[in-house]
Write a protein that binds this ligand. Structure first.
Ligand code: MLT
Length: 408
């Protein structure tokens, strides 16, 4: 009899967002007359930038000719896109990252999970609590944990609580871990880390021979000029960090799919015999075996993000969503909620009324205001008592949602 990967059986319930979708569907079936405002999953609503569309159109035209046709592309991504990324996202910010160190992919969610392919199962892994659930679930699937305890925390992972006391920025642990996932601007709390805080993490990683998996999918939403956008703005990070970036949120590519991961050539790990192995080569080997690259058309679209026209449009998109975030933050604060985030991130992290837990507040909001959000407890036990609202929607919907919540 064939066997399944029983690690999947350890996973708690469904993945958060499908579970929300299931509850929302049930509500809609029972209340077909109610129209819902969805501020739950962080999915963008604004159309693709015109510069990207134009570039994709002309890429399609090229593909329709013998001369312009492209079959399999390089597994690492086309060099012209990697060059633009290296220049605009890193070199112009003073980061020493070369195009060769960039691997174009179809998403940060996939990459932050797939990276485990090249890492040993014997690492001590730390995550924050609350946390983007993908980091935890993909470790469970790989068999890096035992069962979950009564709080839903998996034995074998190190959880670092982020809360109001530490401004939702993980404190350096006393113990030594091998791998730590950090996400700034943070999903779900919207918290940001200063240069000093990231420097502490880089120093910790170097001291403990640890690897930082840095998820910067929301960096474009940073408004405060003093905050770092990349871990590589911190001295020494080339030796201890991998960074994940995405075009999903800044350029509306959630459905188009394009992202990238940076693996500096300086990054080395130890084999079991103590010899040094560079991660770049392992990831390159992994990608060449398991991945055939992102389509030429989509990569041309992504390249256009860095054109003069594209950069102007991206700025407008970010301003648009951050205006929504400000409306959410101000309106909820006025309604008496304690609100975190939504200043340098598209997520507001709200303290729910004491009489309710996160899922109860989810139901309350759904029934009373017909607004869908995300229960904080879905991101980990320390998220209990909180609720996340996303700024990704139309201005009209955001205003309407805030009006309904204020009235409620
Ligand atoms: C979220 O809502 O947390 C995001 O949409 C998740 C993701 O980007 O995968």
């Amino acid at each position: 009899m064939f066997k399944v990967n029983t690690n999947y059986l350890k996973l708690k319930a469904g993945y958060l967002f499908p579970e929300i979708a299931r509850r929302v569907k049930a509500f809609s079936l029972e209340n077909p007359e109610k129209s819902l405002i969805r501020l739950g999953i962080g999915d963008v609503t604004e159309p693709l930038p015109k510069a990207c569309c134009k570039a994709m159109h002309s890429a399609i035209e090229e593909m329709a000719t013998h001369d312009g046709f492209h079959g399999y592309g390089p597994e690492q991504g086309y060099f012209w896109l990697r060059e633009s990324i290296a220049k605009f996202d890193y070199q112009l910010r003073g980061c020493d990252i070369s195009p060769e160190e960039i691997f174009v992919s179809d998403g940060s969610k996939c990459d932050s999970s797939n990276i485990l392919d090249i890492l040993s199962s014997n690492n001590k892994i730390a995550v924050t609590d609350p946390v983007y659930p993908v980091y935890v679930d993909s470790n469970v699937m790989k068999g890096h944990t035992r069962e979950a305890n009564e709080f839903g925390q998996y034995e074998g992972l190190v959880y670092i609580a982020i809360n109001e006391d530490n401004n939702f920025v993980a404190k350096i642990p006393e113990e030594s871990v091998d791998i730590i996932y950090l996400c700034f601007p943070n999903n779900p709390t919207g918290a940001v880390a200063t240069k000093n805080q990231l420097t502490d993490w880089v120093n910790y990683a170097k001291k403990n021979d640890a690897l930082i998996l840095f998820d910067a999918a929301y960096e474009a939403f940073i408004q405060d000029q003093s905050l770092p956008h990349s871990i590589y703005e911190i001295e020494g990070a080339r030796d201890c960090a991998i960074e994940f970036r995405s075009f999903s949120k800044n350029a509306g590519f959630t459905g188009t799919r394009c992202a990238f991961t940076v693996i500096p050539k300086a990054l080395v790990a130890k084999s079991l015999t103590g010899s040094e192995i560079d991660l770049w080569s392992l990831w390159n080997r992994r990608q060449c075996t398991k991945f055939n690259g992102v389509s030429y058309i989509v990569q041309r679209g992504a390249e256009a993000i860095y054109s003069d026209e594209g950069r102007v449009e991206i700025k407008k998109l970010i301003d648009f969503y951050m205006n929504n975030a400000e409306i959410i933050r101000n309106s909820l604060t006025k309604s008496g909620f304690k609100v975190y985030g939504a200043e340098n991130a598209p997520y507001a992290w709200i303290k729910v009324p004491k009489s309710m837990n996160s899922w109860e507040f989810f139901d309350f909001l759904l029934n009373r205001a017909n607004v869908v959000g995300t229960p904080g407890s879905g991101f980990g036990s320390a998220g209990e008592g909180y609720f996340r609202l996303s700024a990704f929607n139309t201005l009209e919907n955001v205003e309407q949602a805030m009006y309904k919540i204020a009235k409620m």
